[in-house]
Design a protein around this ligand. Structure first.
Ligand SMILES: *[C@@H]1O[C@H](CO)[C@@H](O)[C@H](O)[C@H]1NC(C)=O
Ligand SMILES: *[C@@H]1O[C@H](CO)[C@@H](O)[C@H](O)[C@H]1NC(C)=O
Ligand SMILES: *[C@@H]1O[C@H](CO)[C@@H](O)[C@H](O)[C@H]1NC(C)=O
Ligand SMILES: *[C@@H]1O[C@H](CO)[C@@H](O)[C@H](O)[C@H]1NC(C)=O
Length: 570
């Protein structure tokens, strides 16, 4: 009880700090992790849907070497920007399109992992499925002799997977303005593959069914490759999403044709086109889209489907100002489009406008967000609203059912504020059981910091990927010097413990003891809602406190130093 007033003071300070640096998620117990620092400009309240954020930000910029590099990996993050799971070390290389899904009756995570060719916007690698213990369920590569591309990965109810192949081939391209040396074109392919057996159920080739006439990026301009080598093959079509409808046909988004196609699941023929120069539908006000991503069915009612997509409306390099941009609309939006097969019309059901965030340097009339590449639009379940990912612009927005932004964040802050990109982002529920040992860090504060002359030990614990633990039982060994009856000095050791409610990724607490009591080691046990032990850390030695500073940019990450936040000390 002697400590009540100082405890309250600390609590007040910790709360003030937690508000000021809410998204600076740095963890004393995991100095090896360097997750993204969200800059949340519209914080979630009760209007946000439940569930976590699934993102895989990456950067093409090098960082100054006095800072810990942001770790490119798939991440699960909570709505306050606190880490839930860092996939760093679980996935390697460039990763994207992290999602939660169901496979064979179990919850799984999947992500693309491999290499990313930023210049040509494709990837080479494979897809990996993890279970809720983050163990590998399956590694899937394309069937035949192909290499999987990064864009689509979707698991169907029939336990098959849909994904793409980016395949350079040689053709006579003179009909499209190619000279003798311009003979390389990308055959955009997709496969449907049985996940368990790897057997190819269906395969489609763009060159078999769609002429290069339909491209929005003509070969002579060279914007989608010059066609002079396999590495610079003309990417005339560029599939970036494929989904299978209940009727067994496929819905496909071809970015470089600015068209959404329905593809016959039996013979691969085109059933209809939406958008582009060969649209089977007359486009109503606001429907026209370009260089779009992530086409999905929202309503599959035959004859009056609703399709959702992310309308980039721009094609160009992510590093602005190369003078080669192609624009369709002044800014990017999420769109819902209803098709009427009788009237042959496409009408805009609703559009999700970029939120009016304060973008420094934004001139009057400038587009609020113009996403030059990537992007996604997720329809949240139960009419809860929408989740938009602004791709190359490194921002995410959640909208309520009325279309009002209820959450907005830049995926990076400080130095990385405008340098992170993210291919797709989602909100999903997820229950994860960490396969790791809980990580504990224990630090002895200098006794002079305590006015009452007591020693203070700070304990921190985290458990990467766990979503189940509700509280932590910290325990620590106290050594007291005693003189026994025979006059011999010796020490006695007693273990003590205390239960602390879980606070996000990292939970911490302070222990106050008189100077003659030394706390020599500490550990922590994760407890579920019923107090059952879920996991136990190793016992760690208590370290002396070292000076920690935050860098002048205020965006932390200095080597060996603390990224503040989520102290949650009680
Ligand atoms: C459609 O036609 C216009 C004008 O000829 C052209 O600029 C554009 O690239 C074509 N393709 C698409 C898919 O917009
Ligand atoms: C799909 O192709 C099959 C085989 O050619 C054909 O019988 C069927 O009518 C086609 N379906 C549609 C909707 O075009
Ligand atoms: C966060 O975003 C706001 C709005 O764009 C910006 O003014 C601010 O500088 C950003 N903060 C950091 C630390 O990047
Ligand atoms: C999470 O689960 C709740 C309860 O089942 C549901 O209402 C909500 O829509 C789910 N959230 C997401 C993002 O799927």
């Amino acid at each position: 009880m002697r400590h009540t007033s100082s405890t309250l003071g600390l609590l007040a300070r910790a709360l003030a700090m937690a508000v000021a640096v809410m998204a600076d998620t740095t963890y004393r117990s995991r100095p090896d992790l360097s997750p993204p620092h969200l800059n949340i400009t519209i914080p979630c309240d009760s209007r946000c849907a439940s569930g976590y954020l699934f993102v895989s930000p990456f950067t093409t910029y090098g960082e100054p070497d006095d800072r810990v590099s942001y770790q490119v990996a798939p991440y699960i993050i909570d709505s306050a920007g606190d880490l839930v799971w860092s996939g760093f070390g679980y996935f390697a290389g460039w990763t994207g399109n992290l999602q939660a899904a169901r496979y064979q009756g179990q919850d799984v995570l999947f992500s693309f992992e491999g290499l990313h060719n930023g210049n040509h916007g494709h990837g080479h690698g494979h897809h990996t499925l993890l279970d809720s213990h983050y163990s590998v369920v399956k590694v899937l590569r394309a069937g035949g002799h192909h290499v999987s591309d990064k864009h689509e990965f979707a698991i169907t109810d029939a336990a098959t997977a849909l994904f793409q192949i980016y395949e350079p081939v040689q053709r006579d391209l003179s009909a499209w303005g190619g000279d003798d040396a311009q003979t390389w074109i990308v055959d955009a392919r997709f496969q449907e593959l049985d996940i368990a057996t790897g057997e190819v159920v269906f395969e489609w080739s763009s060159l078999d069914h769609v002429s290069p006439d339909e491209s929005a990026l003509a070969l002579p301009r060279g914007l989608a490759g010059t066609g002079r080598s396999s590495a610079t093959a003309w990417d005339y079509f560029h599939i970036n999403s494929v989904i299978k409808g209940a009727d067994g046909h496929y819905l496909l988004s071809a970015r470089h044709a600015s068209t959404v196609f329905k593809i016959n699941g039996t013979d691969g023929s085109v059933i209809w086109r939406l958008g582009g120069n060969h649209s089977d539908f007359t486009l109503g006000d606001g429907v026209r889209f370009g260089f779009q991503h992530h086409a999905r069915y929202v309503d599959e009612s035959p004859g009056s489907e609703v399709v959702s997509l992310f309308d980039n409306s721009v094609y160009g390099s992510e590093s602005a100002g190369d003078g080669n941009e192609v624009r369709v609309n002044p800014y990017s939006r999420g769109k819902y489009i209803r098709l009427d097969h009788t009237a042959k019309t496409a009408t805009l059901v609703r559009a999700l406008e970029p939120p009016a965030v304060a973008v420094p340097g934004l001139a009057q009339g400038d587009p609020p967000i113009l996403t030059k590449s990537q992007g996604s639009l997720q329809t949240l379940p139960d009419g809860a609203g929408d989740f938009v990912n602004w791709g190359s612009e490194g921002q995410i927005t959640e909208y309520d059912a009325a279309g009002t932004p209820v959450f907005h964040a830049f995926l990076g802050r400080g130095f990385l504020r405008d340098k992170l990109q993210n291919y797709r982002a989602f909100r999903f529920n997820w229950t994860g059981y960490s396969p790791e040992e809980p990580a504990v860090f224990a630090e002895q504060s200098s006794s002079s910091s305590s006015s009452s002359g007591e020693g203070t030990v700070r304990l921190f614990v985290s458990w990467n990927g766990d979503t189940v633990a509700k509280s932590w039982r910290f325990s620590w060994a106290e050594e007291t010097a005693v003189v026994d009856a025979a006059g011999t000095a010796k020490t006695t050791t007693v273990w003590k413990d205390k239960v602390v409610a879980r606070r996000g990724f990292e939970t911490s607490t302070r222990i106050y003891r008189p100077e003659e009591v030394r706390i020599v080691s500490a550990k922590a046990e994760a407890l579920d809602a019923d107090g059952r032990v879920l996991g136990v850390s190793a016992a760690v030695a208590v370290q002396a406190a070292l000076t920690r500073t935050i860098n002048s940019k205020g965006d932390v990450d200095v080597v060996g130093q603390e990224r503040l936040g989520f102290a949650g000390e009680l």
